[in-house]
Design a binder for this molecule. Structure first.
Ligand SMILES: [Zn+2]
Length: 446
């Protein structure tokens, strides 16, 4: 005999309701006995939760792993990556620029047809993979946006928003291909692009020139043409990795506002990836925006002594500046034998003991950088980024699932809901809209 499932479940529900009611009653009595009103901290948290839910949160820099776009393994699953759809949902992160990244090749044929082809093929694969996420793998959860207005429309429907940023224009190739490929990249969805990464490209010097010397003293002649072509087609110019001089020359020729998609403030952390006060003020004059990045070593830097010791160690072991110590510890890197790698790691451990690295940066440090930039150039020119899955992550914002903690700290510092909405997306979307308008007017003149 089988019991009637209906009767069983009804009885079960009745018992459950009775238990819940008595639980609610006793909890209410306990609350009224112990405290009469919620404390300031819980009021602040619930206020921040409301704001976090209402504002559109957009992170301008999240890298992708090309292996996460298959049917059996993809970003709709709870992978270990810092950004996945489940983490975006859990953390209330609404929109993300996913990155078509190309490391700057230093192979002998890097600036010849074969080197450019390798870079181009890899970039196209990344464009197609990101599109595949929104069209094949998770179309009900995330949608691709091509304009600032589309970002808002998709978000209003309750879906996550995907955009594309290109980190390093190197795959555009040489003067035969570069300009026409700017348009092609736009059509594939690119809405911002940096002209270099770590290492000089055919278009621009990189910030790494501060250690290794310059190739162009700013932008190359072709790089200047690419900036104008990006203005014309409607791609935001990203100056996070190029050198300071490259940024200053870009500002002289661009007809639209520019962005720094993932940088921090150099006055607070003196590294070449960050923006000094002169750069920040120039960005303000241009109407652009700096997306302050939650990246440990850009928020907090080494002591002078530690920096000197690391520099000496790099020189002695001939470890190029392009190879970070983190990358070295992670696994094999190009041009360095396994034996050398182990020796260098041992030396780094000795150095760490003598000159300890600073404690890990936290959400408080991130918001210190945001506060500094807001005071220096005004709230309209500041935004937020993580560089997740590309080296980003700090205490309290280790992955997209912890995004609320950033809003909480902003509320703690006294930012209003309208200001937080600007920091989280309003300013970046304003620049994106202006870039769209400049492109329209440039195209109308032809
Ligand atoms: Zn980067």
């Amino acid at each position: 005999m089988r019991p009637n499932p209906n009767t069983c479940s009804k009885l079960g529900i009745a018992i459950l309701v009775a238990a819940l009611l008595s639980g609610v009653a006793s909890a209410a009595i306990a609350a009224s006995e112990t405290k009469s009103k919620p404390d300031a901290e819980s009021v602040l948290i619930s206020k921040a939760k409301g704001i976090h839910k209402r504002v559109l949160t957009l992170d301008t820099h999240n890298d992708i792993d090309i292996n996460n776009f298959g049917f059996s393994r993809n970003y709709s699953q709870d992978l270990d990556n810092q950004v996945t759809l489940p983490k975006m949902i859990a953390g209330g992160l609404d929109a993300s620029f996913f990155i078509v990244y190309t490391g700057q090749s230093t192979e002998p044929d890097a600036f010849e047809a074969a080197g450019y082809k390798r870079a181009y093929d890899s970039a196209i694969n990344m464009f197609e993979s990101i599109q595949r996420m929104t069209t094949v793998l998770a179309p009900t959860q995330i949608e691709f946006a091509r304009t600032a207005e589309e970002v808002r429309r998709i978000h209003a429907k309750g879906k996550k928003v995907a955009l594309i940023g290109v980190e390093n224009a190197y795959p555009l190739g040489d003067e035969k291909n570069a300009l026409k490929r700017v348009k092609q990249f736009y059509e594939r969805g690119a809405r911002y692009m940096s002209l270099a990464h770590q290492g000089h490209s055919q278009f621009s010097d990189s910030n790494t020139g501060e250690q290794i010397g310059w190739k162009w003293n700013g932008l190359s002649p072709l790089g200047k043409q690419v900036v104008l072509e990006m203005n014309r087609v409607g791609i935001m110019v990203d100056v996070s990795h190029p050198s300071k001089e490259s940024m200053m020359q870009t500002l002289q020729i661009t007809k639209a506002p520019i962005i720094a998609s993932h940088s921090a403030v150099r006055s607070l952390a003196d590294v070449s990836r960050n923006m000094d006060d002169e750069q920040l003020l120039a960005l303000k004059a241009n109407g652009g925006v700096i997306q302050v990045v939650g990246f440990n070593s850009y928020l907090k830097t080494d002591s002078k002594e530690r920096r000197a010791a690391l520099k000496a160690l790099r020189e002695e072991t001939k470890l190029p500046t392009e190879i970070s110590l983190a990358a070295l510890k992670r696994g094999p890197v190009g041009g360095i034998s396994e034996e050398q790698r182990e020796q260098i790691i041992k030396r780094v451990e000795q150095l760490d003991a003598a000159f300890p690295p600073p404690s890990r940066a936290s959400v408080k440090d991130l918001v210190d950088h945001i506060d500094y930039a807001v005071k220096k150039i005004g709230l309209d020119h500041v935004g937020i980024s993580s560089d997740f899955d590309g080296g980003g992550g700090i205490d309290g914002w280790n992955h997209a699932g912890e995004t609320f903690n950033v809003t909480l700290e902003l509320v703690r510092r006294g930012y209003t809901e309208a200001q937080i909405a600007q920091l989280w997306s309003g300013n970046l979307l304003r620049v994106m809209s202006e870039v769209e308008k400049v492109a329209q007017s440039m195209q109308a003149k032809k």
